[in-house]
Design a protein around this ligand. Structure first.
Ligand SMILES: *Cc1c(COP(=O)(O)O)cnc(C)c1O
Length: 395
């Protein structure tokens, strides 16, 4: 099984068949499990074997299949599935931190991640320092002997900054801090975050893993020790576990994950190249373009630079809105990694809460539009963007 390549793992890893020998993974839509005797119940509460379950908040066969399959893909010893991506981010951080601990985080974060670090952890006495994630000197100065964790998105939303994971991991290792990486934009297909120095990798499965806009989910990957001794007790007692039905959706999503994200990344690259010199754009942000500040680093760390690009449209918010409203195929929404191409105006939606100063610092300009590429025909998508840019000009 270790030798299987990605696409084989995504179909066959983690399968647990019932006595009926079903082909598709079974959905064990049960909250509990029956014991054959009082003695068996006692023994299982003492220590449950790999195919023994107690209560769905602790574990469930369908959820276990998903955990084993994503762990095989990631090359992780173990995984814990969660109710959403945020349950995973919160679980990974909160399960290991206590008052007095110090965390260093990149400042370009998904809004809810920022909330956990800025509002939740600090309320319980954890000290948090934010740095410009692309500046290694800032990491070096911020990490100290009290630092227990560093946290960052390997590729940030929506400006697609790529963080030098191996270099940050080396700095963290010197003080024994855990490296926790939110790897959504990099995707489990293109990134080898654990090999590159991450201790813990977190995904919102809502994005590419489902990939069809159906369900919320998340997962935390790491060593068996970290997942079973630190994460599991916290999550099974605080209620962030994944539902068996969601796990089944995510298992089916994993089967086609590699095919989908490769098609999406190819279109993202083609679109970025087709638009990079377009006079109606201030800039096209995609790490696959030479003009991207971390183009070389992205090439070293990621097999492909992801499925999302951002377009900064000349003419500010009014032009960006005209562009969004003129698109015929792409829909306005805020998911990403979906089979459907989706566009978002970060400044007025996902990042609305930030001050103008924070937006400036993160490069979230009024003209910026985030484009999550779907699996539609590449030529159709590029034509759709071009006709929408024409419509901006026509006004
Ligand atoms: C979407 C997202 C999350 C949160 O995931 P949910 O499944 O919506 O809870 C966290 N981090 C990143 C980078 C995301 O894109």
């Amino acid at each position: 099984m270790e030798d299987w390549k990605t696409r084989t793992k995504l179909i066959h890893s983690g399968i647990r068949r019932s006595q009926y020998g079903e082909v598709a993974e079974a959905i064990f839509m049960t909250q509990g499990f029956v014991y054959e005797s009082a003695e068996q119940a006692e023994a299982r509460f003492l220590e449950a074997g790999p195919d023994e379950f107690i209560y769905a908040r602790y574990g469930n066969p369908t959820v276990k299949m998903f955990e084993d399959r994503i762990a095989a893909l990631e090359g992780a010893e173990d995984a814990f599935a969660t109710a959403s991506g945020m349950a995973a981010v919160n679980g990974a951080l909160t399960s290991m931190l206590k008052a007095g601990d110090h965390v260093v985080a990149a400042r370009a974060l998904f809004g809810s991640c920022l909330y956990i670090l800025e509002e939740v952890l600090t309320r319980f006495g954890v000290n948090v320092t934010f740095v410009d994630g692309t500046d290694l000197d800032q990491w070096k100065h911020a990490i100290n002997k009290d630092t227990k964790a560093v946290f960052f998105e390997s590729m940030s939303n929506p400006t697609l900054e790529v963080i030098d994971l191996p270099a940050v991991a080396r700095l963290a290792r010197r003080v024994g801090a855990k490296v926790i990486v939110d790897n959504v934009f990099a995707t489990p297909v293109f990134s080898r975050a654990l090999e590159q120095g991450a201790d813990v990798v977190v995904y919102s499965a809502t994005k590419h893993i489902d990939g069809q806009g159906r369900a919320l989910g998340g997962v935390i990957l790491g060593t068996k020790e970290f997942i079973r001794k630190t994460v599991e007790p916290y999550l099974k007692h605080t209620g962030g576990s994944m539902s068996p039905f969601t796990a089944w959706i995510m298992l089916k999503g994993l089967e086609t994950l590699d095919l989908r994200v490769r098609a999406q990344a190819a279109t993202a690259q083609a679109m970025a190249e087709a638009l990079q010199w377009d006079a109606r754009l201030e800039r096209v942000i995609y790490p696959g373009l030479e003009q991207h500040p971390q183009h070389v680093l992205a090439g070293k760390l990621l097999e492909k630079p992801g499925t999302v690009l951002s377009l900064d449209i000349k003419g500010g918010q009014a032009a960006a809105f005209r562009f969004l409203n003129a698109l015929k195929i792409m829909t306005i929404s805020n998911n990403l990694g979906d089979a459907k191409s989706i566009v978002t105006h970060p400044a007025t939606t996902t990042h609305q809460r930030l001050s103008d100063e924070q937006k400036d610092m993160l490069g979230i300009t009024p003209g910026l539009v985030r484009v999550s590429i779907g699996i539609e025909d590449s030529d159709d998508l590029i034509a759709d963007v071009k006709q929408a840019l024409d419509a901006v000009e026509a006004r």
